[in-house]
Design a protein around this ligand. Structure first.
Ligand SMILES: *Cc1c(COP(=O)(O)O)cnc(C)c1O
Length: 428
């Protein structure tokens, strides 16, 4: 296996400890509950628990709910929570204040945004019949697009290679629907270039930021994107099943009804009118009553990322993330040589998200199980991918070293071939 870059120097564990000592972001890790004996390389799937979350959720339960009851919709700012947390996330993805709301799940927001985007695209040019995406996109994104395409008599076209996207952009395409950082390979698209290519043929661009928000710098407005959705429980540390977010460019946001026209997205929900009238701006993307307990938890998670703002923000987090992924690839190449691992994440920084994927022809699942048994937690993606996420808020350089030592030991000793590591659980 080759590493990402030519190794500059011989790295030792002491060297990794020194890198942590020099890391100005190192203390941000103290914001989290850090389980003993765990090296957590799965923050891309479920972010760690912030220390502030339990106390905040308890306060919301015991004071705002327990004592103040229904008065809290006004007095504790519950009604405004989708916007307040949305504004915080907006700062991480290059959106303006008041343009992004927290609601529902990523899948549901995708349905709303996709439907809205298709309505806008077809208002402008009714003959366009194609939603263009990638076969390697996250399945829920494809499934949602597939059902909308069926309903509206459109076609979902999936290309096999990212290089083929531009050649498939033509006058039939209504919408380019992409996930910015691929969940499996960690490959990152150039949002500015692809959005421009879509606009050049008269199509719109919708971006899923599930593996981007809080992981890599994103500039939705700067890239002139049209719609975006993203996930609250990955790099935003909002907790299992945390609410997700949705953004529409202000030039589009008044031009459609999103399809889940629930009362919280109504212009005047408490007039209880029998007729729907969408709220101005992004508020119309709300559907039903916001889940306050999980939104309170999500706010604590987003705050852990915003804590880096005065230290260089997403750019500083990105620099550390690239240093971590470079180091991991270099150490795997040096220390696991001859073990049939292949690096499948892109070598170029411009194309890489905050994760590294290795493939192994027969043992990926069992190798990951053996690692997890040692407290090194990454995940497996069928059929042959070992996926390691490097959340720069929580992962240390010494963790990278130790994780690779475990990987080396699992491979060299053949431990991964023990039968207990072959048993499959429901969630991988
Ligand atoms: C994680 C992820 C989702 C998750 O969707 P849910 O509705 O939260 O289950 C969707 N899309 C992408 C690209 C993801 O990475």
């Amino acid at each position: 296996m080759t590493s990402f870059a030519e190794p500059l120097r011989e790295v030792s564990r002491d060297h990794c400890v020194a890198m942590d000592g020099a890391d100005k972001l190192a203390h941000l890790r103290e914001q989290f509950v850090l389980p003993q004996g765990v090296i957590y390389l799965d923050g891309n799937s479920l972010g760690m628990l912030p220390r502030a979350t339990a106390a905040r959720v308890q306060e919301v339960m015991e004071k705002e709910w327990g004592q103040d009851l229904i008065r809290s919709w006004n007095n504790a700012g519950w009604m405004d929570l989708p916007h307040r947390v949305g504004d915080k996330i907006a700062r991480l993805v290059g959106a303006g204040a008041g343009e992004l709301v927290v609601a529902d799940s990523t899948s549901v927001n995708l349905f709303k945004a996709l439907s809205a985007a298709l309505s806008v695209a077809q208002q402008d040019s009714p003959t366009r019949r194609v939603i263009l995406s990638e076969r390697s996109n996250f399945p829920t994104d494809l499934y949602i697009a597939e059902s909308l395409a069926r309903e509206r008599g459109l076609r979902l076209v999936m290309v096999d290679r990212p290089e083929d996207l531009v050649t498939h952009l033509d006058a039939d395409v209504a919408l380019l629907m992409l996930t910015h950082v691929n969940y499996r390979t960690g490959r990152m698209h150039d949002m500015a270039v692809l959005t421009r290519a879509a606009h050049d043929v008269g199509a719109l661009a919708l971006w899923d930021l599930a593996h981007s928000a809080g992981a890599v710098p994103v500039d939705l407005k700067g890239c002139d994107a049209d719609f975006a959705v993203g996930c609250g429980y990955k790099y935003l540390n909002g907790g299992p099943g945390a609410p997700a977010f949705v953004w529409a460019h202000p030039r589009h946001v008044e031009r459609f009804w999103q399809p889940l026209s629930g009362w919280i997205g109504h212009a005047a929900p408490f007039e209880f009118s029998p007729h729907y009238a969408p709220a101005p701006g992004i508020t119309r993307f709300l559907c039903g009553t916001p889940p306050i307990l999980s939104m309170a938890a999500l706010e604590c998670g987003v705050d852990t990322v915003l804590a880096a703002q005065h230290l260089g923000g997403m750019d500083a987090l990105r620099e550390k993330s690239l240093a971590l992924t470079d180091l991991f690839a270099q150490l795997v190449a040096e220390r696991c040589e001859g073990q049939s691992l292949t690096l499948t994440s892109p070598t170029a920084h411009l194309l890489r998200g905050s994760q590294v994927c290795l493939t192994h022809p027969s043992g990926a699942y069992a190798i990951m199980q053996a690692l997890i048994a040692r407290g090194v937690i990454g995940d497996f993606r069928a059929p042959d991918v070992l996926r390691f996420g490097f959340t720069p808020l929580t992962v240390r350089f010494v963790d990278v070293w130790d994780a690779v030592e475990h990987l080396r030991d699992v491979l060299h000793s053949g431990q991964w071939q023990e039968p207990r590591f072959a048993q499959r659980a429901a969630v991988t």
